[in-house]
Ligand binder design. Structure first.
Ligand code: DC
Length: 224
């Protein structure tokens, strides 16, 4: 029977990195749910739709085809049979994806799609509402968190690597603003599932968090 691991948490908590590492070590298929929202956003941009054209974006859901394929060990996202793995990470998509992911019909459609992608597989999925909405019966649920201050420090380092200038204060403010929006959103608010295990990564290295989560998963897997 399929085994499902759900990793939820705020932006900058390290979910993406940790999910990838844990998935590789335990042989679980890694399904990046954020990327599915990014594909819908890219499709809307390709059509020239703006956020004011919510109905048009919803109509698009019946026209587009999103696929996840593993190629040379890497997960690739295809939109209408074209590889868009890099294109879904561009600033244009970044600027619009949060709003697109909050359109209720988009959420319902993508949650169904995410369930379908996981069918019959042992998966690890990261997102905002995997343990609460997409897979409320997941075998393991982790809520990965870190303090806003720690997440701001990590973001500064990422920006430096990319050559983007930013100050600690503005990033911290932005993180707190996003947290507030995510947690109070009327559509799929970010919250810890009651049966999720809380992991605070603030004072842990990537390796320590990975080991901790692997241990939790292995214990559950042995019992299944
Ligand atoms: O993790 P990411 O940056 O690729 O996510 C892109 C956007 O989609 C981000 O604004 C959060 C949102 N998202 C969501 O609402 N629910 C998910 N399960 C995954 C992502």
């Amino acid at each position: 029977m399929a085994f499902i691991v759900a990793i939820d948490g705020p932006a900058g908590s390290g979910k993406g990195t940790i999910t990838k590492l844990v998935g590789e070590k335990l042989g679980l298929v890694n399904i990046d749910t954020g990327a599915t929202y990014r594909c819908v956003t890219l499709a809307a941009l390709q059509k020239g739709y703006t956020l004011e054209q919510e109905e048009k974006i919803v109509e698009l859901l019946n026209e587009i085809q999103i696929e996840l394929k593993k190629e040379n060990g890497k997960e690739k996202f295809y939109l209408n049979h074209i590889d868009v793995t890099d294109e879904i990470r561009t600033p244009k998509v970044n600027a619009m994806v949060s709003q697109v992911s909050h359109i209720p019909q988009v959420r319902d459609n993508m949650a169904n799609f995410q369930r379908k992608m996981a069918e019959g597989k042992d998966v690890i999925m990261e997102g905002r509402d995997i343990g609460t909405n997409v897979f409320p019966n997941a075998d393991v649920k982790i809520y990965l968190d870190a303090t806003p201050e720690e997440r701001a420090k990590r973001r500064i380092l990422q920006n430096q690597e990319k050559g983007i200038e930013s100050t600690y204060e503005e990033i911290l403010e932005n993180i707190k603003f996003r947290d507030h929006n995510d947690k109070t959103s009327s559509v799929a608010p970010l919250k810890q599932a009651e049966d999720a295990i809380y992991v605070d990564s603030s004072h842990l290295t990537i390796e320590e968090v990975t080991d901790k989560i692997i241990k939790i998963i292995q214990e559950r897997r042995e019992k299944k």
